[in-house]
Design a protein around this ligand. Structure first.
Ligand SMILES: N[C@@H](CCC(=O)N[C@@H](CS)C(=O)NCC(=O)O)C(=O)O
Length: 220
């Protein structure tokens, strides 16, 4: 098994993207194998490496890991992005689960019928602005800190930043009514910005992580 984590997924963001972000935030270099042929996928199946026949698949620390949320929890705990106790952890879980629901809606939107895409996206962005972003703005406002939980950079911040950058790709002004998020969720002020940057090949004009390089979905 490779010394570095090895990621197996399609050449796109999808469910693997948050895994890449956590590894990048930890400053961990990783390898990727993009699944581009049916044979590659079938080989993983045949070798018994896909527990439920699905990717993302990550090989690391002598383990073969599948199920996105399980992989993310492992990484967050391993690299100390998962709070100092169970109470911090459960708050993070709430924020992360909410954020991931929103992200999955955005990820799946390109798979809609062409005539439905625009309306679907508009409704997701509306939900983001009325349900999700106000909740995070309030959290920051209530505790007055720069991070979502425990006044310390965590998985919850990384997840929310990723979601916000996804939304800003669709609507650059999505944070205009959320002044605290605008300041706190500025990628350039993020403590791991340099770690992100270091992992970007070449030019490092960062708005997204590896994903300047990878397409979001089938239409992009
Ligand atoms: N619950 C799984 C879902 C994984 C999943 O749906 N993976 C898709 C690719 S994004 C897949 O492998 N689909 C093939 C299949 O289900 O046969 C996770 O979160 O990792």
């Amino acid at each position: 098994m490779a010394a570095r984590p090895k990621l197996y997924y399609f050449r796109g963001r999808g469910r693997m993207e948050s895994i890449r972000w956590l590894l990048a935030a930890a400053g961990e270099e990783f390898e990727e194998e993009f699944l581009e042929t049916r044979e590659q996928y079938e080989k993983l199946q045949k070798d018994g490496r896909l527990l439920f026949g699905q990717v993302p698949l990550v090989e690391m620390d002598g383990m073969v890991l599948t199920q996105t949320r399980a992989i993310l929890s492992y990484l967050a705990a391993k690299y100390n992005f998962y709070g100092k106790d169970l109470k911090e952890r459960v708050r993070m879980d709430m924020y992360i689960d909410g954020t991931q629901v929103l992200m999955m809606m955005i990820i799946m939107a390109p798979f809609k019928f062409p005539e439905e895409k625009q309306e679907t996206l508009a409704s997701i962005m509306q939900k983001a602005k009325t349900r999700y972003l106000p909740a995070f703005e309030k959290i920051l406002n209530d505790h007055g800190e720069d991070f979502l939980v425990g006044n310390k950079f965590s998985w919850a911040d990384i997840q929310l930043l990723e979601a916000i950058l996804m939304m800003e790709e669709r609507s650059a002004s999505v944070l205009s009514d959320f002044p605290l998020l605008k300041v706190v969720m500025n990628v350039k002020n993020f403590p791991v910005f340099s770690a992100f940057k270091a992992l970007l090949p070449g030019k490092a004009k960062l708005t997204h992580l590896s994903l300047l390089l990878l397409p979001l979905g089938p239409t992009r």
